[in-house]
Design a protein around this ligand. Structure first.
Ligand SMILES: Nc1ncnc2c1ncn2[C@@H]1O[C@H](COP(=O)(O)OP(=O)(O)O)[C@@H](O)[C@H]1O
Ligand SMILES: O=C[C@H](O)COP(=O)(O)O
Length: 597
């Protein structure tokens, strides 16, 4: 359930105007006419080229004002949220930038309000001697032919592609009004787009009750950019199932309701655009991209893969997929070649709304293979040290399982004092080692050699544990491993010395945490100091436990806990100990409870 939460703006403020003012603050290459909600490029010379204007409802940012700039729009006019601008506003945009001689193309998304207002202005402007051509963008495939037979397909993210191609094409020396309008129409005719979202978007000024948010474990496919309904899918499908379903709706000639553009999956050249509907994190947008690209049903890879927030629906947590069939355009009468169209897409622009970087065709054509790690063939570290392999394995397993049993408690503590992932991080490391032991492979054979064993454990920790814990454990274990190799035998004494050096000459180079800092060092340092001084494992473990317990009363000086008000370090048991200290204590106690002494 998405909460309809928006910032409280000063009474009576028109946030669309404020939005445009914000854009103008950050973009010295444009000018704003607040009264008409127009952003325009004062530097484009429309006496030398076809003028390009677009506009529509607000709430799809960066579209359209964000697309004003060099090699893109000359002017954009905004209505209120999800509503078309008025004819007065649109005419003001024409009068601001259009040149009667070179002509004007106005790009309009296929929505009734837009068509009526922009269409009327086109007629009025023509009556005043302006040459104006409308290019209507209608790229949606979700709403079937039967349902949209009167109004036509909706205009979605394909609008950005039309903007970008025409924005550069107008600077081609052969370009004129007719050829630019024709190019825009042919591009539109070869666009297919469909969206999917985890939820609807909340809308400033509207209550949550006015918006039919999706339920738990439910998504919506084919919704519009104004919360127009698509169809809901519950339970949510896997991303691969969803992507394959979207591909079918976009490309299948068998889907008579949605088949608008022919694609020869074996031969056609095409562009892929993946659009953030506004509320998808960058992490997930690129994760979804990996699934989309991996599942593409084409023999060829896309000529371009364009990923960004191009045409949003405020903060809708979704994405849309757009394909542009370049081969079909080449077969049409349009006079621009495929390579020119790709150049138009690649031409750099200072318009902030078009974020994709420009790479050369050669860069796009190269095969991007994943690269093997240079550490892949790691040299195997061994030593002459010998321990009882079975006893060592028992201790190791007991220690790791003790940690896993403590994980819920560690997570509980870290949820209070940190970001809640300490237990998960430690468990990841423990499980990685346990599953390696289960394989009965190389690792198992090494158990009699504590150095070789520790080398594998260190690798597993580095590979499986992130966060601060992962770093701390990796540094300490690496240093311990190096010190082990300086000894001819492994005894409590030599282990104590190695552990001491690994702390004072190893870990302490990378952290300023010491006893009293409320970290895992409160467990480790007493353990290491006591073992070094007493050679008595039992005393060392007790010192570790006391150090860990003591963290309950400490202020946090390190890590995320230091950002949390320490008065919150309480739970039903009273003071909350440091989660990392608890995790390390579990490992130490577990290992020494059945130590292979
Ligand atoms: N500077 C530090 N030096 C040593 N240990 C630290 C430090 N900062 C945090 N820790 C330890 O790391 C634990 C948190 O581990 P983890 O959750 O992996 O960190 P994060 O989520 O912040 O990356 C803390 O409970 C504490 O024991
Ligand atoms: O924002 C969407 C369109 O630009 C305007 O929609 P409308 O035709 O419903 O006014």
């Amino acid at each position: 359930m998405t909460l309809a939460k928006h910032w409280k703006y000063n009474n009576g403020e028109d946030i669309v105007v404020s939005n445009l003012k914000g854009l103008a603050h950050s973009n010295p290459a444009v000018r704003l006419i607040p009264s008409e909600k127009i952003i325009f490029n004062p530097n484009s010379d429309t006496t030398q080229k076809v003028t390009l204007i677009s506009g529509g409802g607000a709430g799809h940012e960066p579209l359209h004002a964000g697309f004003v700039g060099e090699n893109l729009l000359d002017a954009a006019v905004s209505g209120s949220i999800f509503a078309s601008p008025s004819t007065k506003q649109i005419m003001a945009a024409v009068k601001t930038k259009s040149d009667k001689k070179k002509g004007t193309v106005i790009i309009v998304k296929n929505y009734t309000g837009d068509i009526l207002h922009f269409g009327l202005v086109a007629e009025k402007a023509k009556a005043e001697g302006y040459n104006v051509e409308l290019v209507i963008v209608a790229d949606d495939v979700a709403v079937g032919r039967e349902q949209n037979k009167m109004v036509g397909r909706r205009g979605l993210a394909g609008t950005a592609i039309v903007h970008k191609i025409l924005g550069s094409a107008v600077n081609d020396k052969t370009a004129d009004l007719k050829s630019i309008a024709e190019l825009g129409r042919v591009v539109n005719d070869n666009l297919v787009t469909i969206s999917a979202s985890l939820d609807r978007t909340s809308v400033p000024g509207r209550t949550a009750q006015e918006i039919e948010f999706t339920a738990e474990d439910e998504i919506e496919v084919g919704l519009g950019i104004h919360n127009e309904p698509g169809h809901r899918v519950k339970p949510s499908p896997s991303i691969d199932e969803l992507v394959n379903d979207l591909f079918k709706k976009l490309l299948s000639p068998k889907d008579e309701e949605r088949h608008y553009v022919d694609f020869d999956l074996e031969k056609d050249d095409y562009v892929l655009l993946i659009n953030n509907l506004g509320g998808t994190s960058s992490l997930e947008l690129y994760t979804v991209t990996e699934h989309i690209v991996r599942l593409l049903p084409f023999s060829k890879k896309p000529k371009r893969i364009l990923i960004s927030d191009f045409v949003t629906s405020l903060s809708a947590p979704g994405f849309s997929i757009t394909f542009l069939n370049l081969s079909n355009i080449s077969k049409s009468d349009v006079k621009f070649s495929e390579s020119q169209i790709l150049e138009f897409l690649d031409t750099p622009t200072n318009a902030p709304g078009w974020k994709p970087k420009s790479y050369t065709s050669e860069e796009w054509e190269q095969d991007i293979d994943y690269v093997e790690s240079p550490l892949k063939d790691k040299s195997v570290v061994t030593s002459s040290l010998k321990v009882d392999a079975d006893a060592f394995e028992r201790s190791l397993k007991h220690s790791l399982n003790k940690l896993l049993k403590a994980e819920p408690k560690i997570t509980h503590y870290d949820t209070i004092v940190g970001d809640g992932d300490c237990g998960e991080t430690l468990a990841a490391g423990a499980n990685a080692i346990l599953s390696e032991l289960k394989k009965n492979g190389e690792f198992k054979k090494k158990l009699s050699d504590p150095v070789a064993t520790l080398a594998t454990i260190t690798e597993l920790v580095e590979d499986s544990m992130g966060g601060t814990s992962g770093g701390i454990y990796s540094i300490y274990l690496t240093s311990l491993l190096q010190n082990f190799q300086n000894f001819d035998e492994l005894t409590v004494k030599t282990f104590g010395e190695a552990a001491y050096i690994a702390l004072y000459d190893g870990l302490f180079k990378y952290t300023r945490a010491r006893v009293g800092g409320r970290t895992l060092v409160d467990t480790l340092q007493p353990f290491v100091d006591t073992l070094k001084n007493s050679n008595n494992l039992e005393e060392a473990v007790k010192a570790a436990k006391d150090g860990c317990d003591n963290t309950k009363s400490l202020e946090a000086k390190f890590g995320r806990a230091s950002y949390v008000d320490s008065s919150k370090f309480k739970d039903e048991e009273g003071g909350v100990p440091d989660p990392g200290a608890v995790g390390l204590l579990a490992l130490i106690e577990g290992f020494t409870e059945t130590s292979p002494q």
